[in-house]
Ligand binder design. Structure first.
Ligand code: GLP
Length: 233
């Protein structure tokens, strides 16, 4: 399938994606969507946090992925970060984070259930081509699971202020994400240009898990100029 590519200037990107998401919520107030953490969506969340929160009142937000074993006050912990950046501001009807309080296998099963039946999966793109923590080696059939983090993901965690570099993560599997009715891939910045080109124009390969997103019949790529600069189409 050919993804729909939306390219905005860096200055316009966050407001444009926020407007598209607000439109989506207005059209379907009971939207079930998953959201990523990371640097890419931070300006989008800031734009949404300062917009009218009323559209979120019936929505359900599911966290895309998280590190295993970080304390709730670790700046890199995904659930608390998503709360700080958006959930606490827009107050959706439900926010489902990854509850690691008991057995991890049970946490995976619960989160996989929560990730069924998503109307919209919003994901970021790792520098290594990962989607959520579907690290290189993942396929379109990869389930929701605990994963050993790739070196670059551990480095990214340090960049998010993690007190100790986490070794494992829990992620919604690519298989579940591909079942969502609609998928939006958010990509910004020149450092993502090469991996975005590989994801959209290179071969479908587990070396670049994002390349499997092209199988989705309703994929929108929301990029800024810099990230899209190496695309040929
Ligand atoms: C992180 C997270 C993903 C995120 C991706 C890109 O490690 N596991 O959920 O989408 O990598 O992160 P960033 O937007 O900070 O580049």
């Amino acid at each position: 399938m050919t993804p729909t590519l939306h390219v905005f200037s860096a200055a316009a990107w966050a407001d444009a994606v926020a407007a598209a998401l607000i439109d989506r919520l207005l059209a379907q107030p009971r939207l079930r969507l998953c959201l990523p953490t990371g640097e890419t969506p931070a300006p989008l969340y800031a734009a949404l946090a300062s917009a009218d929160a009323g559209v979120w009142s019936q929505a359900t937000v599911v966290l895309l992925d998280d590190y295993v074993g970080l304390s709730a006050d670790d700046p890199a912990a995904g659930g608390p970060r998503l709360r700080r950046e958006i959930v606490d501001h827009v107050r959706p009807a439900a926010f489902i984070e990854i509850d690691q309080s008991g057995d991890l296998d049970a946490a995976v099963r619960r989160h996989d259930e929560a990730a069924r039946d998503l109307d919209l999966a919003i994901v970021g793109l790792g520098l290594n081509g990962h989607i959520g923590f579907n690290e290189p080696g993942s396929t379109a059939a990869s389930p929701t699971r605990v994963v050993d983090l790739h070196r670059r993901s551990r480095e990214a965690a340090a960049g998010y202020g993690a007190e100790e570099a986490p070794e494992r993560g829990i992620t919604i599997g690519l298989a579940r994400l591909l079942e969502a009715r609609e998928l939006w891939l958010l990509v910004t910045g020149a450092r993502k240009a090469e991996i975005l080109r590989a994801a959209l124009e290179g071969p479908e390969t587990p070396d670049v898990p994002a390349s499997f997103l092209r199988r989705h019949p309703n994929l929108r790529v929301m990029a800024d100029d810099a990230a899209a600069s190496l695309l040929t189409t």
